[in-house]
Design a binder for this molecule. Structure first.
Ligand SMILES: [Mn+2]
Length: 419
């Protein structure tokens, strides 16, 4: 059995910040948002998958306007004609309470309600899920979903913040252990916008947003193709479907003599970014200039209108157009920061500390206690449930999970910077 899991499509997203600074880029992203959904539908039809799961935030607005509604309806209709049903839960952006009546009973769509439900897809195989009733869902919905005895294949579908991802609202929070305790074979999640596989067995994954909306949602975006069968471990493949991609480009210009050299270097680097990437309409790039020009041709390239428009023209004419949304001068840094474990200075010290915490369980547990104390100081009431001293003592795994996650995030952040 093969299916596609997508989430956080955010149909109708306006990209208003970007539209203000660059109306043409705003329009590009608006179109890309719809086209990302169309491409997911196309891939499902091309691959003749058995069904699609949608993990919530299909719509950006809780009361979507006519264009996103039509786009969704048309996609579901195309899938239905191809014999592919859609199973969807709703998230914080498109909760049930305000979900359009017109779409609730769309042919070809099975929409999960506010109480956990199980829907049989074939004999012995079920999808179990639950939708957000309201946007600020604080309940642990994962704990409400337990494998029904006798099912041969169980797929969980949920919009949730698993493991306290700090970049996203803490809606329907749960831990990885909560998900594992449900006994499902596969968990298809929505809410976290980065595509990520949290566990192989059971397979637990976030598809991520269908189209990166901000510079921090960089890299490929799309959906997962999941293959799953009774008695077999589920396997997965990421399918990049977003027509527009955000990238961060760090350009060392210390070997450039003049602005002309910078243009050439930027063009070369951007041409490498787009080469060999299929089905891409455009790349939007944030360029950080590192180092200083050896001879001074221009006092500040990032503020020079002529330089900027020349750079835009050159990049837009590449085989796939590249749009420089931002050009930042990091010249004062002089050179790349030293993030090696044996380096010198503040960042290297931080790297070593993060490394120690990642490797040493005792240190982690000490840090857990300190985090507990600090968080309780900030907002005792909010963290009471999570960090209630009894729960904390009884559930060191929960505490350790949070600290592990934090340490990993810090380490990964620096390692990514370093690569
Ligand atoms: Mn979302």
């Amino acid at each position: 059995m093969r299916f596609i899991h997508a989430a956080d499509i955010h149909l109708g997203r306006q990209f208003s910040g970007l539209s203000r600074s660059s109306p043409s880029l705003g329009k590009l992203f608006l179109r890309a948002g719809y086209s990302a959904w169309d491409r997911i539908v196309n891939r499902a039809i091309d691959l003749q998958v058995d069904f699609i799961t949608l993990g919530g935030d299909t719509f950006d607005a809780s009361n979507p306007s006519v264009r996103p509604r039509v786009a969704f309806r048309d996609g579901v209709a195309r899938l239905r004609h191809a014999g592919i049903p859609v199973y969807a839960v709703l998230g914080n952006h498109d909760p049930l309470r305000t979900f359009p009546d017109l779409l609730r009973s769309l042919p070809g769509l099975f929409l999960f309600g506010p109480e956990p439900e199980a829907k049989e897809i074939t004999q012995g195989a079920v999808i179990q899920g639950v939708s957000f009733e309201n946007s600020a869902e604080r309940a642990n919905l994962a704990r409400k979903i337990q494998r029904i005895s006798g099912t041969e294949l169980a797929i969980g579908l949920l919009h949730t913040n698993a493991s306290g991802n700090a970049n996203h609202g803490d809606y329907a929070p749960c831990t990885l252990d909560d998900l594992r305790a449900g006994g499902m074979d596969v968990w298809c999640l929505g809410h976290v916008h980065s595509p990520s596989v949290l566990s192989d067995a059971p397979l637990i994954l976030y598809s991520g947003s269908a189209q990166g909306a901000l510079a921090k949602e960089n890299g490929p975006r799309g959906c997962y193709l999941v293959s799953v069968d009774v008695c077999e471990q589920a396997s997965w493949e990421f399918l990049p479907t977003a027509p527009v991609r955000w990238e961060n480009l760090r350009l060392d210009i210390s070997d450039c003599g003049c602005p002309e050299d910078v243009l050439d270097k930027a063009e070369q680097a951007c041409s490498e970014l787009v080469s060999g990437v299929p089905d891409l309409d455009a790349i939007v790039v944030r360029i950080s200039l590192l180092g200083k020009l050896s001879s001074n041709g221009l006092s500040d390239m990032t503020k020079d209108e002529e330089f900027r428009s020349l750079l835009s023209e050159r990049l837009e004419n590449l085989q796939v157009p590249v749009f420089p949304a931002e050009l930042v001068d990091c010249g004062s840094l002089g050179k790349e920061p030293d993030l090696s474990l044996d380096g010198e200075g503040f960042l290297a010290d931080l790297m070593r500390i993060a490394d120690r915490y990642v490797k040493d369980p005792e240190l982690r547990s000490e840090l857990a206690d300190r985090i507990h104390g600090e968080l309780a100081k900030i907002n005792r009431k909010y963290y009471e449930a999570m960090f209630d001293s009894e729960i904390w003592k009884q559930n060191p795994v929960l505490a350790e999970g949070h600290v592990n996650h934090a340490a990993e995030l810090i380490a990964r952040m620096f390692l990514e910077q370093r690569s």
